[in-house]
Design a protein around this ligand. Structure first.
Ligand SMILES: Cc1ncc(COP(=O)(O)O)c(C=O)c1O
Length: 429
């Protein structure tokens, strides 16, 4: 039998997986034109046309809204800012509770705390890894105001189920589509399927502006409120017809003209990236099917996957050895990553968010327990075992690969398959 690379044998592949190259001539020209114009940002935090941002910011928002099929897009300087603005626009306040997925990047939940509201975590569906609507009703209290759903890894959540719970209980829905540009649910891009949500434009995303984000919605009032929170809204609110004073005190969450110009050029690329990832994912899934201990992503009928990363389920019982042994052995057969985008397999994604010290100690803002102390004692529970599916994914089942992306090709993925095959022959039961 051939010796595994981890035991001193030869690797299946030495030569590094190619890096992405994200900026091209269109971005260079766009950035150059902005610098030539000297208008690096023309926002002003007061009434008048400059409140809405400069020419490129507005052009970028218009183009994004059109491509994603929404009436309004509001750009922001990060998607963390976008989540914060979107939550604020729904009128959220101290002591309100928001049902939230525990299987997402931490900002999905921390932005709730920034409004003094409290995340209540519900378990996910074991096949989609997204919030399971059937688990939500048991968590609803008189203080519940909204549902924060993420379309994790690029796959839409069960929005019909989520919308039904929201409608029955009068809750707003915010979609964290950071990882899911152009992912569709029943033929429509995710983002504002119920109320509002949006996307990240940080460097790791399909398309990016270094840092940035975009909120989308069909609701004009919500769009205005996001724009107020983005840009010192207290100076402007009444002049644009928002007179209730709720959450209009603003920040500076503005995208620059330089970023917007680059964003416009990037927008032209997003469809190509998503389509290519879907082709690579289909190839990889077909090859992974030969391994009974691995399961390729499930894409429910009526949804399309954007494949920000590629999740694979690992069955330790069938394999006959722990996930760590598998991951270490496969990764050793392939080039050592120099950047996160070259990771062959990581063990799990993030830990269940409520395992974080922040929730365990209920310490978020200042020295006391605000806002957790606004809820009845012992609520939310944040206990181990609270969301068993997420905990199982985290501790033993989830593998995440960053290799199902351009500019890799099918032959690169076949090297991963050869590495898995070699390790399986040596290690599996
Ligand atoms: C699911 C999810 N939500 C929120 C964020 C935060 O986005 P940003 O980095 O643009 O602030 C990210 C970024 O990685 C993410 O993946």
């Amino acid at each position: 039998m051939t010796t595994l690379a981890r035991d001193g044998g030869q690797k299946v592949r030495d030569n590094p997986f190619p890096r992405r190259r994200t900026m091209g001539d269109a971005e260079k020209q766009a950035a150059h034109d902005v610098i030539d114009s000297d208008d690096l940002s023309t926002f002003l935090g007061g009434p008048g046309p400059y409140f809405w941002g400069g020419e490129r910011v507005q052009a970028f928002e218009k183009a994004w809204a059109e491509r994603f099929g929404y009436r309004f897009a509001v750009s922001v300087n990060s998607w963390t800012s976008g989540l914060y603005a979107a939550l604020g626009a729904t009128g959220l306040g101290p002591g309100d509770e928001v049902l939230c997925t525990p299987y997402s990047m931490s900002a999905t939940a921390t932005t709730i705390l920034l409004w003094g509201a409290i995340p209540v975590f519900g378990d996910v569906d074991p096949r989609t890894f997204n919030l399971d609507p059937s688990k939500l009703e048991a968590l609803i209290t008189p203080r519940t105001r909204a549902i924060m759903v993420a379309h994790i890894f690029g796959l839409p959540a069960d929005m019909e189920g989520i919308a039904a719970v929201a409608k029955k209980h009068g809750l707003r829905v915010i979609e964290d589509g950071a990882q899911s540009p152009l992912a569709t649910y029943r033929g429509r891009c995710v983002g504002g399927l119920v109320d509002l949500g949006g996307f990240s434009l940080n460097y790791h995303k399909h398309v990016h502006t270094g840092e940035g984000g975009v909120i989308v919605t069909d609701d004009e009032d919500l769009a205005k409120r996001c724009a107020l929170i983005r840009n010192h809204g207290e100076n402007v609110a009444e002049t644009i017809g928002v007179t209730d004073g709720v959450n209009v005190l603003g920040h500076n969450l503005r995208l620059t003209e330089l970023q917007a110009a680059i964003g416009l050029a990037q927008l032209a690329r997003v469809e190509g990236y998503v389509t290519r990832r879907q082709q690579l994912a289909a190839h990889f899934a077909q090859r992974l099917a030969q391994f009974p201990f691995l399961r390729a992503p499930h894409v429910p009928d009526g949804s399309t996957h954007a494949y920000y990363v590629y999740p694979v389920l690992f069955d330790e019982q069938v394999f006959g050895a722990p996930r760590r042994a598998f991951v270490e052995a496969v990764n050793a057969e392939l080039p050592t990553p120099e950047i996160p985008e070259q990771t062959v397999f990581s063990e799990g994604y993030v830990k269940p968010l409520y395992w974080n010290e922040l929730y365990q100690r209920r310490r978020a803002l200042g020295r006391g327990n605000f806002p957790f102390d606004l809820a009845p004692a012992g609520w939310p529970r944040y206990a181990r075992g609270e969301c068993p599916v997420v905990e199982r994914l985290h501790t033993s089942e989830m593998l995440v690969s960053s290799l199902v992306r351009e500019p890799l090709d099918e032959a690169d993925l076949d090297d991963v398959i050869r590495a898995i095959d070699k390790v399986a022959s040596a290690l599996a039961r």
